[in-house]
Design a protein around this ligand. Structure first.
Ligand code: FAD
Ligand code: DLZ
Ligand code: SF4
Length: 509
């Protein structure tokens, strides 16, 4: 059968309503899905992330065939697999001689850039369609940003609430306020009932993928087993229902909390499914809103959750496309320290960092406060090169794609964009971690000690960071009080801080 359009479906486009699928016709067009080494190795992704995507891709391909599509699926170990999207698209064009290629735009700039050369290379028209799985299109975000001095998420979020109608009471926000974060900063206690995320046993398709990943990517970071991620839309829906029933009611209260040995707390662990296309972000938000309307979850939980998705998630995507490709080069503090080895080995005495890295290795997951206030905070305080920090985050989390990871890492967590995303750096001493977690009770360092060998390393590094970057930060009104506190310290105390920080930094080498 002559093929009219060849439709390439990427690994994070596993959505039946994808724009490229809507533009195609099962009777005339052919779909193409490919497992390619280049995507698994441009950063060396966590084994679980590769396994999740390959298994989910294989199950999605199966569902598409059942729905009547003609589909070429190229597994990683296929003879002649060209190893890259460009190579595999070339091979598929040679096989089918289509009239044109259709693809929904990819989430990463690197790939979008490569695709812009495909029409010339392949000698056929290439239609790159908008990815309409987001509430705010790239063009709408650019229009929103146009002419604004500051691109504050909170204002963008209000527009998204109005646009979607989520948690609106006419033209007013439900409950009279846009944001209930003031109620959302409770530290968790170890005796709370802590739900666990929904787990799925691997079927034979997933088992085949696990064997392949063990064989082909055995030297990548991270544990492959136990593997319990959902790999189909139905399984991901079950994970969402499980979250809504068991964790959502307390999601808001304990959103910023951390507990030793408790990896998930009241978080949803849905980002990997949403980002790969197994769950529709707006449908998830509507489900959460319904729970609130039915009186089963409080407003602070529903609002807090919905804000993360139609607020932060949409906003970081907008920023990414607005600012790339230069964004990745930003390094406001000119930080140049290599990423410490313990980001890969978890071999550190800092209990909070050890917990975050260990669970990252075992689960390909850490929740937001661990990413922001533990591993991210430490890297910024220590002056680690933001590019290395970015590549670590992109590699180690199952939900990481550059469009969402980069603004979170480079902007929110490292302040490497000089304040586009946040009005001040998320820098904190051990005191913050002690307030929000029980890690310090399990740590060989003493969070109360400010300087000296027993002191929590975050404490001297916090001041050292502020002083190293004084010329860049002192004019920031939100830091004026902090710099005044430093100025009031005795010269001996100041010297002790700097000496302790120098020792911590020297030991990192
Ligand atoms: P929950 O706490 O249950 O939140 C619900 C949902 O809201 C998430 O599933 C996610 O879809 C969305 N969400 C929450 N916060 C954010 C945010 N800041 N940006 C975008 N979406 C958000 N998120 C990713 O999806 N991919 C990444 O690669 C990624 N990298 C990050 C790197 C750093 C340094 C930081 C500080 C944050 C990063 N985040 C990233 C955001 C956030 O940490 C994760 O979305 C969240 O931890 C995922 O776990 P969850 O599904 O249990 O989230
Ligand atoms: C992350 C990833 C990996 C590891 N492997 C593949 C793959 O083999 N085939 C594929 O289609 N997609 C893969 N992906 C997801 C892509 O990297 C992702 O589509 C782009 O980065 C754009 O977001
Ligand atoms: Fe982390 Fe410092 Fe607490 Fe140890 S004492 S767990 S290093 S904050």
């Amino acid at each position: 059968m002559a093929v009219r359009n060849l439709v390439l479906v990427l690994g994070d486009q596993l959505s039946p309503d994808l724009s490229s699928l809507k533009a195609a016709d099962p009777a005339k067009d052919r779909l193409l899905m490919v497992e390619v080494r280049e995507e698994a190795t441009y950063v060396r992704h966590h084994k679980k992330k590769i396994a999740f995507l390959f298994a989910a891709m294989r199950r999605f391909a199966e569902a598409l065939r059942i729905a009547g599509w003609q589909l070429d699926y190229v597994p990683l170990d296929a003879k002649d697999n060209a190893g890259s999207f460009t190579g595999e698209v070339n091979r598929a064009v040679a096989r089918h001689s289509p009239e044109r290629l259709i693809v929904t735009e990819p989430g990463e700039w690197r790939l979008r850039d490569a695709m812009s050369r495909w029409a010339d290379d392949l000698g056929l028209p290439v239609d790159i369609l908008d990815d309409d799985r987001f509430v705010c299109s790239r063009a709408d975000f650019a229009a929103w940003a146009e002419g604004r001095k500051q691109l504050r998420m909170e204002f963008f979020y209000r527009d998204m609430r109005r646009r979607t109608g989520l948690l609106m009471d006419g033209d007013k926000p439900e409950g009279g306020k846009w944001n209930f974060d003031a109620e959302n900063r409770k530290p968790a206690k170890a005796d709370l009932f802590l739900p666990q995320p929904h787990r799925v046993d691997p079927d034979t398709i997933t088992q085949g993928v696990l064997d392949l990943v063990a064989q082909q990517f055995g030297d990548h970071f991270g544990d492959l087993l136990p593997f319990w991620f959902a790999v189909t839309a139905a399984q991901a829906e079950a994970a969402m229902e499980h979250f809504v029933e068991h964790a959502l009611p307390l999601f808001g209260d304990y959103q910023d909390a951390m507990l030793e040995g408790e990896r998930f707390l009241y978080h949803s662990v849905l980002s990997l499914y949403i980002n790969a296309g197994l769950l529709d972000p707006l449908a998830v938000c509507r489900r959460v809103e319904n729970e609130y309307r039915a009186g089963r979850v409080p407003l602070n939980a529903a609002e807090g959750f919905i804000r993360q998705i139609i607020g932060w998630r949409e906003y970081v995507r907008g920023i990414y496309w607005l600012k790339m490709p230069d964004y990745v080069e930003q390094n406001f503090f000119k930080a140049d320290r290599p990423l410490p080895d313990f980001y890969w080995t978890a071999e550190t005495d800092m209990a909070c960092v050890k917990a975050a890295v260990t669970q990252t290795k075992e689960e390909a997951y850490a929740h937001h406060i661990q990413r922001l206030m533990v591993t991210g905070n430490f890297a910024m305080l220590a002056g680690v090169d933001p590019r290395e920090v970015h590549e670590w985050y992109l590699a180690v989390y199952a939900d990481a794609y550059e469009w969402v990871e980069l603004p979170n890492t480079l902007g929110m967590s490292q302040f490497a964009d000089g304040g586009l995303l946040g009005s001040k750096p998320y820098a904190a001493s051990g005191n913050y971690i002690n307030k929000m977690s029980d890690h310090c009770a399990h740590c060989r360092y003493d969070v109360k000690q400010k300087t000296g060998d027993e002191a929590c390393p975050f404490n001297p590094l916090y001041w050292d960071f502020l002083l190293r970057n004084e010329s860049k930060l002192k004019g920031n009104p939100r830091l004026a009080q902090v710099y005044r506190t430093w100025a009031r310290m005795s010269p001996e105390k100041q010297k002790d801080y700097r000496k302790s920080a120098a020792k911590v930094l020297a030991d990192l080498r």
